[in-house]
Ligand binder design. Structure first.
Ligand code: ATP
Length: 547
């Protein structure tokens, strides 16, 4: 969904509500800080006039400037502190929201999502929002308030000067950034998206480095990375071009308006009073600071708004499968698929499919590759919802069962297990965080994993590399099976649990599965006859689609 800049800002500002009091403090101290900076120059002007007129106020003016200079520092410090406090608190909150959103979207919506882009979003996009919260919102309020105060101050000398000053602030702080951001936003979004794509491609290349080396396509991928970097550079060039134009326009506007004040005050100063000429000019020239901050802000705003939009888009993404909180908590008493239809958005995978899953049985499922065996397990886990028909667990529609209750009664081991960068013990304990070391060991013995773990340098406390890089396919698979044993769920879904195992390990695991099948219902998806041998019943996938 595309939003305009104002809508993005409004949605991002909405998140500040709990920290509004700190935002007000940041704005007040920001305005006071700028007023101090402006009045130091104005007092300097009064000092010069005083000097020319040989008055004796110079000492008092210097003392005042000194006090204001110190106050300027204090106010600026409080403003920055408050803004950054807000920014970092909100970034933590947004990260939290993103992880909640990702959890809700997974696994169905994340299956096809570009992971590199997602990583760019979680890391750099959220980080860029710091600019928005710490350096965008309060500067806007500070710019508006300071400009109003200075318009009144200049207006006291002469109403026409006040109007000209106001138009000057409006031009530099609003018109120029507003119109330029309209052009730049498109490139901002393009930059963020291309940045995400480059991340993706890089990540993909890292993950597939073995294949790239084996098939000698390193050169080609290098070229592609170069092309993507060039694309990014070209967009950046366009953005920098805009920045240059905005900066030039801003500086010209400041000079034109200051010159206008000089001419008008010269023409209108009563009795040619030097003070009425010099002070408005000094005030005008020294008071553009807050609005220049707004103008500079529009340069970063291209990126910030684009990042904000990407973050908001993810937060508002609707999950394919809604979690159930106010449904039924049930004990597992069998499952049934009745005239089920399912597709992933294209070709039909399951068509009028029926299966009765009796309790305390091992049910084998076989069928051609791509016939929908894994899909059936995903539907039973409610990772996806069926399109038509009835999918019942314990005689209740699966959509009426609380997601937590469903996850507790099911244990699912897939062909490609995720291994976390943690100890072997903690990797297995994700199935049950409260399990004791003894229970973990017992599960590992059943999964034919214990002997292997005992050969590792720190046994169960050995760290496994990122994505389980340091483990073989068979070892990862046995970790997945150990998790299933530890989970102690009554309904176990095993998707090709032995595909990476040698016949010795396969035999040990199958025996463990059989020995532990009492009071459990197990669905065993496999191509291997030797694995399916332990099943009480074997079903052939009805719609034998060949992939
Ligand atoms: N997330 C997805 N989005 C789109 N299509 C998908 C998705 N997951 C699987 N498919 C497609 O659905 C079909 C069935 O896949 P599934 O993994 O269920 O088959 P399978 O019988 O388990 O195959 P195999 O024995 O090779 O593991 C395949 O054609 C696959 O490409």
């Amino acid at each position: 969904m595309r939003r305009n800049g104002i809508k993005i800002m409004a949605e991002l500002i909405d998140l500040i509500a709990p920290l509004i009091h700190i935002m007000i403090l940041a704005i007040i101290t920001g305005v006071l800080g700028f007023l101090c900076a402006i009045f130091i120059t104005i007092l300097g002007g009064y000092g010069i006039i005083d000097f020319i007129n040989s008055n004796s106020n110079l000492k008092n003016i210097f003392i005042l400037i000194f006090i204001i200079a110190i106050l300027r520092g204090v106010f600026h410090y409080i403003e920055q502190l408050s803004n950054h406090y807000i920014a970092f608190k909100l970034l933590a909150l947004i990260r939290d929201k993103i992880f909640v959103a990702l959890r809700k979207l997974s696994p169905a919506k994340l299956e096809g999502m570009d992971k590199g882009n997602l990583i760019a979003l979680i890391t750099s996009d959220i980080e860029l929002l710091e600019v928005f919260y710490a350096h965008t919102i309060s500067p806007i309020a500070i710019g508006i308030l300071t400009s109003i105060i200075m318009t009144i101050f200049i207006g006291i000398f002469n109403i026409v000067l006040g109007i000209v000053a106001f138009l000057g602030y409006l031009t530099v702080g609003f018109f120029i950034p507003y119109f330029s951001s309209k052009f730049g936003k498109k490139y901002g979004m393009e930059y963020r998206e291309n940045f995400g794509k480059l991340n993706s491609y890089f990540l993909d290349s890292l993950w597939g480095i073995k294949e790239i080396l084996q098939f000698g396509c390193g050169e080609k991928r290098n070229k592609e990375i170069e092309n993507k970097t060039d694309d990014l550079m070209n967009i950046n060039k366009k953005l920098k071009n805009y920045e240059g134009i905005i900066s030039g326009l801003t500086n010209s506007a400041i000079l034109i308006f200051t010159l206008a004040i000089l001419i008008i005050s010269y023409l209108t100063a009563k009795d040619g009073d030097f003070k009425n000429i010099i002070i408005p000019v000094i005030t005008m020239a020294s008071s553009f600071g807050p609005v220049i901050a707004l103008s500079n802000l529009s340069n970063n705003l291209f990126f910030t708004l684009a990042s904000g939009e990407r973050v908001l888009n993810l937060l508002s993404e609707k999950p394919i499968v809604e979690e159930v909180y106010n449904g039924k908590d049930l004990k597992f008493e069998g499952a049934e698929c009745k005239n089920i239809y399912f597709d992933y958005g294209g070709e039909e995978i399951l068509k009028d499919y029926n299966l009765n899953i009796e309790t305390n049985k091992i049910i084998g499922i076989k069928g051609k590759s791509g016939s929908g065996k894994s899909t059936l397990l995903k539907l039973l886990m409610r990772f996806w919802d069926i399109k038509k028909g009835e999918l019942k667990i314990s005689n209740a529609d699966i959509k009426e069962i609380n997601t937590n209750s469903l996850r507790n009664m099911e244990s699912y081991a897939t062909q490609d297990t995720s291994i976390f960068k943690d100890t072997i013990e903690n990797n297995i304990k994700i199935a049950d965080y409260n399990a004791t070391r003894e229970e973990v060991i017992e599960a590992c013995k059943k999964a034919s994993l214990h002997d292997f773990i005992m050969t590792l340098p720190k046994n169960y406390d050995t760290e496994v590399g990122e994505l389980g890089d340091t483990l073989s396919g068979g070892e990862k698979q046995r970790i997945s099976i150990a998790r299933s044993f530890l989970h102690k769920a009554p309904f176990i879904l095993l998707d090709e649990p032995t595909s990476n195992l040698d016949s010795l390990n396969e035999a040990v695991i199958l025996k463990s599965i059989k020995d532990n099948s009492e009071n459990r219902t197990i669905i065993l998806v496999s191509h291997r006859e030797s694995t399916l041998n332990i099943a009480d019943k074997i079903y052939q996938m009805k719609n034998d689609r060949a992939s």
